[in-house]
Design a protein around this ligand. Structure first.
Ligand code: PLP
Length: 395
């Protein structure tokens, strides 16, 4: 049989047959650093935003049992009714009343962000992305046709009413993407701060896409969903999932809670591009919400312990703000005189510690690095020693 090989040709085509929009987006700055350390056991990686815990055993057991029973088919497009009901119950703890009809189960928050943007954005609509920001927001907004307005939030990483009003002057704002506790800064918002953001959203008639994937990993105060504030129930799209708090990253399951019209629109896209989220993961997610609280609490307590240790160590050598949640810390490295990329590259090559340069999260992230403390305490201690040695060697 004659075989034809797909791929491997180094020939570049002129003109390119790839869509201009795709050509214009840059590959993720996080990926570039992951690629550098693949297969290197000597490196301590604080680069990956991924829990170092396995999926709690009882969740795994439920999934295994479902596979043994042969439950491997598609679910309804919207997701298993029991899971949607459990999510409605669960979200009450963050002050939100909803209905299973207003929930769609997605293939992670990643899909949720994508389809929510595609459902809302008309070519040229303004989408506000406060920066530093999780890497997928801008490219996905851009692919959906948005004109993206970045709002730099350094040095306190807070988004204010004034910031939003200023952005509104230059464009018609359709949506604001919020993420708290934040990746990469760990910053969260108080009720008062959220109320200011809500006021601005209502005044500019914008929808808030609220990425609350780190809600459970809140160490100071309690997480409040912006959807629970007066006037926000009809203009908030909650995006959340099981990857972080329940350590279910590879299982790919998340959800959207949205008002009727937006829910119908996202469901339309979801049914064509995804059909449904993986059934095994949906079954695991039901177990996570029903009986996973203790395990989740145990992981949360461990992240808190690591946060306290690591931030204390970093604060001896770098300017660092105590993060309120998630499992990231975002210290300034400006005093070292190095750029974020130089710092991260030299730390990797000289001390075998991987961190992500802050500019991977937007231009205003220059002068910072992101360290994920989702690694074992022993490794974190060793990483702190090596970072200290490295910073001292620059003096
Ligand atoms: N949103 C934020 C803020 C994240 O940090 C991540 C992953 O790092 C995601 C979404 C992606 O989540 P999922 O695994 O549910 O697609």
């Amino acid at each position: 049989m004659l075989m034809r090989r797909i791929g491997g040709s180094q020939l570049s085509r002129e003109p390119s047959r790839i869509s201009k929009k795709v050509l214009e987006i840059k590959p993720s700055g996080i990926r570039r650093f992951f690629d550098l350390i693949i297969g290197r056991d000597d490196v301590i990686s604080l680069g990956v935003g991924e829990p170092d815990f396995p999926v709690p055993w009882r969740i795994r057991e439920e999934m295994i049992y479902s596979l043994e029973k042969g439950i491997t088919s598609y679910t309804s497009n919207q997701g298993l009714p029991q899971l949607r009901e459990a999510i409605v119950e669960y979200y009450k703890k963050f002050g939100v009343e909803s209905h299973p009809n207003n929930v769609v189960i997605t293939t992670g928050v990643s899909e949720g962000v994508d389809i929510a943007l595609r459902a809302l954005v008309e070519e040229g609509d303004g989408v506000i992305v406060p920066e530093p920001a999780y890497v997928s927001y801008k490219p996905l907004a851009y692919l959906a046709g948005a004109e993206v307005a970045e709002i730099p939030t350094t040095p306190d990483f807070k988004l204010s009413y004034e910031d939003l009003v200023r952005a509104r002057k230059s464009m018609r704002v359709k949506a604001i993407i919020l993420c708290y506790p934040n990746n990469p800064t760990g910053v969260s918002f108080s009720r008062k701060e959220l109320e200011e953001i809500a006021d601005a959203a209502i005044e500019m008639d914008a929808v808030v896409l609220s990425d609350e994937i780190y809600a459970e990993l809140t160490y100071e105060g309690t997480h409040i969903s912006i959807a629970s504030l007066n006037g926000m129930e009809d203009r908030t799209v909650i995006l959340s999932g099981f990857s972080k708090a329940f350590a279910m990253t590879g299982l790919r399951v998340g959800y959207i809670i949205a008002p009727d019209d937006i829910l119908d629109a996202v469901l339309k896209i979801h049914q064509y591009c995804m059909l449904c989220a993986p059934v095994t993961a949906q079954i695991g997610a039901i177990e996570a919400l029903k009986n996973g609280e203790d395990e989740m609490e145990r992981m949360r307590a461990e992240y808190l312990r690591r946060r306290n240790f690591f931030v204390r160590r970093l604060s001896k050598i770098l300017d660092v703000r105590m993060p309120e949640g998630a499992f990231y810390v975002f210290p300034s490295i400006k005093e070292t005189g190095l750029s974020s990329e130089e710092f991260a590259e030299r730390l990797l090559f000289e001390k075998n510690v991987a961190v992500v340069p802050g500019n991977a999260f937007g231009d205003c992230g220059e002068g910072y690095i992101r360290c994920a403390y989702a690694v074992h305490m022993e490794k974190l201690r060793e990483a702190a020693d090596r970072i200290e040695d490295f910073v001292n060697s620059l003096k």
